[in-house]
Design a protein. Structure first.
Length: 290
């Protein structure tokens, strides 16, 4: 952490603010009234003295600015207060997955979910394969640590926030994850949401990635998601049998569609949605529609 922050030209290679990832748009429709990214955790609390959720005061770790550690109420900045980004994370919560798809053991054990599914997905991509993976007790945090911090120029924080949210769509993570201001849990910290508390464990050490690699992953999610998801989940552009009908084979049919001769064409986002439990998807729809 003593590494000096190198100031590179912040706007080089940064996508225009108005260019939105179609992947993010698709996942936003399933996300429950997603926050604008400005909300601090303490802003969501009701008046003083109200009940807080179990584990609310656990120690967290920020991936931005000076990488502070503390409770989420102490260390979460607003998006526009981000001046430096050290990494991009995803949160895969085991309880939101469908045991009929991932297996009962993987819904109950983050380590099993990693070894049976996530490890394979990461290994199939040159950027995601460098992710650090932490078992947080009931899920996984995957973190892409940067080889040098991205210095955020005035007015660019929301662009990088959009990129962070788009990158999360590469894997079936939390659709409500808070972009660049999302917090991880430090290794060896205790997660007191559980009784007894569970210790955060390092499952995969990872290695640094470059700014260019982050932007390339963001581009793939936005422009070539069908190929990306087929490669991550099935190891190539064709899966046999089809994961939806169990009969014919499923293949890439353009940038945003997949096709099975039995099922027909489908939005490539269905490759990700299939991992979520019906109850989780229903709750997302209910929250989205009010």
């Amino acid at each position: 952490m003593a590494k000096q922050i190198a100031r590179s030209k912040p706007s080089a290679g940064t996508p225009p603010a108005r260019k939105r990832s179609r992947a993010r748009q698709a996942f936003s429709s399933a996300a429950a009234d997603r926050s604008s990214g400005d909300q601090r955790p303490q802003d969501a609390l009701v008046e003083h003295g109200s009940h807080e959720e179990r584990g609310a005061n656990d120690i967290r770790e920020s991936l931005v600015n000076d990488r502070r550690r503390g409770t989420k109420y102490e260390i979460t900045p607003k998006v526009d207060e981000v001046a430096a980004i050290h990494g991009f994370m995803n949160d895969l919560d085991c309880k939101v997955f469908d045991p009929a798809v991932v297996g009962v053991e993987c819904v109950e054990s983050a380590e099993a979910f990693y070894s049976q599914h996530v490890r394979l997905w990461l290994d199939r991509d040159p950027v995601l394969s460098k992710a650090e993976v932490r078992d947080t007790g009931g899920g996984l945090h995957t973190i892409l640590w940067l080889d040098e911090p991205i210095i955020v120029a005035p007015g660019e924080a929301r662009i990088w926030d959009d990129i962070a949210r788009g990158i999360c769509n590469a894997l079936p993570g939390d659709p409500n994850l808070n972009g660049i201001i999302a917090l991880t849990r430090p290794v060896a910290a205790l997660n007191t949401k559980y009784n007894p508390p569970r210790e955060v464990r390092l499952l995969r050490p990872g290695e640094p990635v470059s700014r260019a690699e982050i932007l390339e992953l963001s581009r793939l999610v936005a422009e070539q998601p069908a190929r990306l998801w087929m490669r991550l989940f099935f190891g190539g552009e064709r899966a046999e049998p089809c994961p939806f009908c169990g009969k014919k084979s499923l293949g890439v049919a353009g940038c945003w569609q997949v096709r099975c001769y039995q099922c027909g064409r489908a939005n490539a986002a269905s490759l990700v949605y299939r991992f979520y439990s019906p109850e989780f998807l229903d709750s997302c729809k209910e929250n989205h529609h009010g």
